[in-house]
Design a protein around this ligand. Structure first.
Ligand SMILES: NC(=O)C1=CN([C@@H]2O[C@H](COP(=O)(O)OP(=O)(O)OC[C@H]3O[C@@H](n4cnc5c(N)ncnc54)[C@H](O)[C@@H]3O)[C@@H](O)[C@H]2O)C=CC1
Ligand SMILES: C[C@H](O)[C@@H]1OC(=O)[C@H](O)[C@@H]1O
Length: 253
């Protein structure tokens, strides 16, 4: 087991990539804390699955774009699970929209959830890890979109580039405390975030055609890389970013 008796916390753990990572962390021996904006009832099956692995599970409902959520989440983790070893900033939104008429509210909301939310959470987690004095690991779910553009994602890709950069700077700021900071850069992974976008079958086929491994990703494809970066197997890895995209990024021609 890669995370035996560690405390693993994740934002946006109610669905998609976050849910897959939370469940894998429990399978790998960690107690798991999840925060998400959805009500606790809808997360109950995930909490039950974590407990079925013999691990403790905690849920806090909250909006990551409100900085108080970060304090509330870390406080709950310490009260109920007694410490924090691995923190994953994953919650995010991607409301696809054209550039020229993008409403300011959509920009403000996307930056608030994706970038400010990640910042508040990572800062709070880092402070807790520093005060514990035993190091830790922070992983942010950035995106291949940190490196490439999207005509309907002009408000989204800068948040993912920002998260990628946040992990690089945090790695520098927190190295002296033994805290490692890395990001994963998923390609296109089938989740609720892109269900509507991928309902355009012509677009979906074109996207699959660009991927050397010949398929879109599944949430579970991210679970292993996230657990690996959180584990002692990655003890000399910090400031790094790991593309998890089936080879899409390197497929130029
Ligand atoms: N699915 C994909 O193709 C890719 C996803 N990503 C990133 O992966 C992360 C997870 O996304 P997915 O699992 O794909 O989507 P998802 O929609 O399945 O999961 C996102 C989770 O974040 C939660 N969430 C949304 N707004 C929130 C808020 N204000 N406060 C707290 N929780 C909130 C949602 O309730 C949901 O549980 C996001 O940061 C996304 O940008 C990155 C690259 C590709
Ligand atoms: C939600 C999109 O399918 C997805 O988000 C990303 O960050 C990827 O680059 C895809 O565009």
């Amino acid at each position: 087991m890669l995370l035996k008796d560690k405390v693993f916390a994740i934002t946006g753990g109610a669905a998609g990539i976050g849910r897959a990572a939370a469940l894998e962390a429990a399978r790998q021996g960690a107690d798991v804390a999840i925060t998400d904006i959805v009500p606790e009832e809808s997360v109950q099956p995930i909490l039950d699955a974590i407990r079925a692995e013999g691990r403790r599970a905690l849920y806090l409902q909250g909006d990551v774009s409100a900085h108080e959520t970060a304090t509330r989440f870390i406080t709950a983790i310490i009260e109920e699970l007694g410490g924090l070893d691995i923190f994953v900033s994953n919650a995010g939104i991607c409301p696809f929209h054209a550039f020229l008429d993008l409403p300011p509210e959509t920009l403000i909301k996307t930056v608030g959830v994706n970038l400010l939310g990640a910042y508040f959470m990572v800062q709070a987690a880092a402070n807790q890890m520093v005060s514990q004095g035993r190091g830790g690991a922070i992983i942010a779910v950035s995106s291949i979109s940190a490196l490439v553009g999207g005509a309907y994602q002009t408000h989204y890709t800068p948040t993912k580039a920002g998260i990628h950069s946040l992990m690089q700077s945090s790695a520098v700021a927190l190295g002296k405390f033994g805290i490692r900071c890395n990001s994963v850069l998923p390609g296109t992974i089938r989740t609720a975030i892109n269900k509507e976008d991928l309902s355009d079958k012509t677009k979906e086929e074109a996207m699959i055609g660009r991927i050397p491994l010949g398929r879109l990703g599944a949430p579970e494809d991210l679970a292993g890389p996230i657990v690996f970066l959180g584990s002692s197997m990655a003890s000399y890895v910090t400031g790094a970013s790991l593309l998890v995209d089936g080879g899409c990024f390197v497929n130029l021609q």
